[in-house]
Design a protein around this ligand. Structure first.
Ligand code: R2B
Ligand code: URA
Length: 305
């Protein structure tokens, strides 16, 4: 395999396989990854190996990240000819630059969950070991300056609990949402070398909707005071930002043996406002912050800096 050594890792630690936890899969004669437009019979999946997987909501941003990594890793060419591996579908996009796979996941729990099922099967078919997966995204901050980057230690639900409730048939199954603490610490240590913006470790709250907890949606049935009271309780419980994918991401990666992290920039302080009124340029620069941190981390892991 073209797996790279993590220089700071105990070499005797067993490689972590990617587990699919589904006894039916082995009996299937072909594995079709429908929303990625890939399959075991049509593609040589082991050749698409990736040590690092980075996922994020928007397809353009994940393409930009792939091009940025191409440059940062000093790969040949300008990367302009980089191809979308999932070009046959417009549900998600996927790019590979060196050992880094960059994928989009859309917005919200259902969208990222569909992508993760297929990505995890892809990593399984590709016989990947020791995969590090990082979600780089945007979020709303609580009590921190806009533009700060939050590395999630634990993803929590709207009740500030580290759990994800998945409806399976007509049962509710509760899954844990702990993330890899060592990876979060490694990332935080990397951030110390990037002085341009504040990075911190905190809990991330994952909601089922963008607008229902805000004052600026099409529907709202609570007062500004009630909203602030809730967000202050969230802050007290250790929550520093809000987004819409972290709980299911943490739960699925945890169950399937992927070392996972969530790194999101905050676009506003939700204690101050709900409307995102950043200029296009500032928004673009903010969204590059998690990318900068992750590229630094990956280069370190590869022994390139
Ligand atoms: C953060 O930003 C998106 C909504 O604007 C959503 O995907 C998320 O989690
Ligand atoms: N993304 C979210 O989920 N919430 C915000 O407030 C901003 C971005």
């Amino acid at each position: 395999s073209n797996r790279t050594m993590r220089p700071d890792k105990n070499p005797y630690e067993r490689e972590r396989s990617v587990y699919v936890r589904n006894p039916h899969l082995d009996a299937m004669d072909e594995g079709i990854l429908y929303h990625l437009d890939l399959g075991t019979k049509t593609h040589n999946l082991p050749a698409m190996f990736g040590d690092f997987v980075c996922v994020g909501g928007s397809s353009n941003r994940m393409k930009a990240f792939a091009l940025f990594m191409h440059k940062e890793l000093g790969l040949e060419g300008d990367g302009d000819d980089i191809e979308d591996i999932c070009a046959g579908t417009d549900r998600y996009c996927m790019f590979k630059t060196g050992p880094v796979l960059s994928l989009s996941h859309g917005m919200g729990i259902p969208s990222i969950s569909i992508m993760l099922h297929e990505l995890i099967k892809l990593l399984h078919h590709a016989r990947c070991c020791d995969v590090t997966i990082i979600r780089i995204g945007t979020s709303g901050g609580i009590g921190i300056a806009p533009g700060s980057v939050v590395i999630t230690d634990t993803a929590v639900d709207s009740f500030f609990k580290p759990r994800f409730e998945q409806v399976i048939l007509d049962n509710v199954v509760t899954r844990s949402t702990e993330l890899d603490k060592e990876l979060a610490t490694d990332l935080f240590n990397c951030s110390r070398e990037i002085p341009n913006f504040l990075t911190l470790i905190g809990h991330t709250m994952c909601t089922y909707d963008f607008y229902e907890g805000r004052l600026d949606g099409a529907l709202c049935c609570f007062s500004r005071e009630k909203k602030l009271d809730y967000l202050k309780r969230a802050y007290k419980a250790g929550v520093r930002n809000i987004e819409m994918e972290s709980t299911v991401f943490a739960a699925m990666c945890g169950l399937c043996g992927l070392r996972a992290a969530v790194v999101c920039v905050t676009l506003l302080d939700r204690l101050e406002s709900d409307q995102i009124n950043l200029s296009h340029d500032v928004l673009v620069e903010y969204q590059q912050r998690p990318q900068l941190l992750i590229s630094n981390f990956i280069k370190k892991q590869l022994g390139l800096c």
